[in-house]
Write a protein that binds this ligand. Structure first.
Ligand code: YRO
Length: 313
């Protein structure tokens, strides 16, 4: 039995890795991920210059999941690309973003000639102009960003998407993404934006930045993540889908793969449980596969049964 998988042309010995942002900002964390059971690793989304991020408390966890408004703390694109160059022991994805179009072009240019960077994940949950939605929710801007990426970068890449909630939006986003042949995978989903968790005893917000509003992760978001994975699996037949959102058990991973995920990322659960979660989750998934008689994830990937007629991809 094996948990091996492929993301475009990259082989992973295990379909699990970290979600960008979790356990991947500092050198010590990246070093530990490299020596863990994860099949790959991805860096914290980085920017041209290092950032301290928002004031604390900026992360909070309750029984159902997490809220964060980290504000993109990171050690700069140079730090992460240098680390990757020195540590080529397992597939490593660079996550990048920027806070405006000009810098987004610059950071894309910066990595464009690096042979050690493979399939970078462009985080499209970035702001652009104040008063406009994030790029992931501004479809005209999304086109503009994708056009620029293919123009400057001109190698295979992926994008991290925010969650969508409307069938028309799934269709509109897919119509855009399908125009870009160099786009080889999408990661769905980023946190559900601008939620609010309240401490009723203290009568305060649980995090401080942005009046307590932040991205929601964890158990709160599993159904939304599964819907995004399955909708994009149906609508993007030539691209791989990386599932991210609400995974705490082998069963949750199985559900993501059944919905169409080729690999899955662990965020909130990794943050709370630590690096050993890759051991536990791998064992739980293998046990479930054994009970069901599956030897390989390719045997059930995308095989979700519905009462409506199957659409072949
Ligand atoms: O606050 C963050 O650094 C953050 N948190 C998330 O849950 N998702 C993200 O993509 C990011 C970084 C990007 C941004 C939201 C700060 C623009």
């Amino acid at each position: 039995m094996s948990l091996k998988t492929k993301i475009y042309d990259i082989q992973l010995t295990n379909c699990l890795y970290n979600a960008s942002g979790v356990y991947c900002r500092e050198k010590e964390e990246l070093d530990k991920l490299l020596n863990s059971k994860s099949g790959a690793l991805i860096t914290k989304s980085c920017t041209l210059n290092s950032r301290k991020g928002n004031p604390e408390p900026r992360y909070y966890c309750d029984n159902f999941g997490t809220i964060n408004s980290m504000g993109l703390p990171n050690n700069s694109v140079k730090f992460y690309t240098d680390w990757i160059k020195e540590n080529m022991l397992k597939p490593t994805f660079l996550s990048i973003t920027e806070l405006n179009f000009e810098n987004f072009c610059k950071i894309t240019q910066y990595i464009s000639d690096m042979e050690h960077i493979k399939l970078p994940e462009f985080n499209l949950s970035c702001p652009n102009i104040i008063g406009k939605p994030q790029i992931g929710y501004d479809f005209e801007k999304m086109e503009e960003y994708l056009r620029k990426i293919t123009e400057i970068y001109n190698k295979p890449f992926g994008v991290k998407l925010p969650p969508y909630f409307d069938p028309v939006h799934f269709q509109q986003v897919s119509d855009i993404l399908n125009n870009y042949n160099k786009l080889k995978y999408i990661t769905a989903i980023n946190s559900i934006g601008n939620g609010l968790i309240i401490d009723i005893e203290k009568e305060t917000t649980c995090i401080h930045p942005k009046n307590g509003m932040g991205g929601i992760g964890g158990k709160y978001i599993l159904p939304t993540a599964l819907s995004n994975v399955n909708n994009f699996y149906r609508l993007l037949p030539n691209k791989d889908i990386i599932g991210c959102g609400g995974i705490y058990t082998g069963g949750d991973i199985f559900a993501h793969i059944l919905a169409g995920a080729s690999a899955v990322q662990i965020g909130s659960c990794l943050y709370e449980e630590g690096i050993d979660c890759f051991n536990r989750l791998s064992n739980e998934l293998l046990e479930l596969m054994k009970n069901k008689g599956y030897n390989n994830i390719s045997e059930f990937k995308g095989q979700l049964k519905t009462s409506s007629p199957t659409i072949n991809r």
